[in-house]
Design a protein around this ligand. Structure first.
Ligand SMILES: [Mn+2]
Length: 324
């Protein structure tokens, strides 16, 4: 009997560009978990399709950063998705448990939403694992600070109110960036809680992303760990049209990458989620490609960090000097 040889695909034609070699790799630098849930979305849905869709793009992505840093020696472990359960409480409990394992095992945990409600169990998991004080960077067009929305405290408009209820988050360490739409209740809450730093999209435009990033670094400087929650609608709809609640006047993908580059170099970033990418609302994968770019750059930043923070910092400063 003759057996037909299996076609051999080049490494970057495999999921995660071939960086995810073993599903059992506990020593991987980055662990990835999908949370395909969008039932808490208040407007257009579709974010549940994002984890599978982003994965499907990755065989076509070259395993390098934008500055040519090779990622081929980086190890990534993909934990697949937390399969959706129609019992919302049981589902979020499962997400929290699975996420806690990923955060415990890997220097960087990357979570793919889902709508922004999934951040509630993800940050709860972070709180459980990290134990010490931690900071949260909330990149979003909206503050997500409603106490209850559309009859539920787990709406995607309530994410950061639930985060503030965790024992090891101080409201001074929840930093909002990209904001440009508020409900009356959110505005009242933020007026009452002036200790919560808010950097609007307009402030980013007027002061520049580096000045804003430095303020975020100063605010979170003495913190033990940082969680980044990235709502893709923080980007301008020109850069991220495929999302349920687009809001004009946002920051660019370039500015987001510069912000994250600075935060990764100077703060103990341990976990990141990317939420509200909605493939059925997207146009030529523009939004999913922005999310994928952020993930691959974060692979590069964590690689630089694990090989020594100094070199990461130096590379960043060097790159900045070249630009000026
Ligand atoms: Mn949000």
């Amino acid at each position: 009997m003759t057996s037909r040889p299996k076609p051999i695909r080049p490494p970057h034609r495999r999921p995660w560009s071939g960086l995810s070699s073993s599903s059992e790799d506990e020593a991987a630098e980055a662990g990835i978990l999908g949370v395909p849930f969008d039932s808490a979305s208040s407007f257009h849905k579709g974010a549940a399709e994002a984890p599978a869709h982003i994965r499907a793009l990755t065989p076509h992505v070259a395993p390098t950063t934008e500055e040519g840093l090779s990622l081929t020696d980086l190890r990534v472990r993909d934990y697949d998705d937390v399969r959706v359960d129609l019992n919302w409480e049981r589902y979020f409990a499962a997400v929290e448990d699975r996420a806690a394992e990923v955060i415990k095992r890997h220097p960087l945990a990357i979570f793919l939403g889902g709508d922004h409600s999934v951040t509630i169990p993800l940050v709860a998991a972070f709180s459980r694992v990290v134990k010490g004080r931690f900071g949260v960077l909330h990149f979003d067009a909206h503050p997500d600070l409603e106490d209850e929305f559309e009859g539920h405290r787990w709406s995607h408009a309530c994410t950061e109110r639930r985060v503030l209820e965790l024992p090891n988050v101080d409201s001074r360490h929840l930093v909002l960036v990209g904001i440009r739409s508020w409900t009356a209740a959110e505005h009242a809450y933020l007026t009452e809680h002036s200790e919560i730093p808010v950097h609007t999209a307009r402030e980013v435009y007027r002061r520049g992303i580096e000045a804003v990033a430095q303020d975020v670094v100063d605010r979170l400087r003495d913190i033990d760990a940082v969680y980044l929650t990235l709502d893709i609608d923080g980007l301008d709809p020109a850069f991220a049209p495929g999302t349920g609640t687009p809001e004009a006047g946002g920051v660019s993908t370039r500015e987001l990458l510069e912000l994250l580059r600075i935060l990764f170099a100077r703060l103990p970033v341990r976990a990141m989620d990317i939420v509200e990418v909605s493939p059925p609302l997207d146009c030529n994968n523009v939004t999913a490609a922005a999310a994928t770019k952020v993930i691959y750059e974060s692979f590069g930043w964590i690689k630089q960090k694990l090989r020594g923070v100094e070199s990461g910092e130096w590379r960043m400063e060097g790159a900045m000097r070249q630009c000026h």
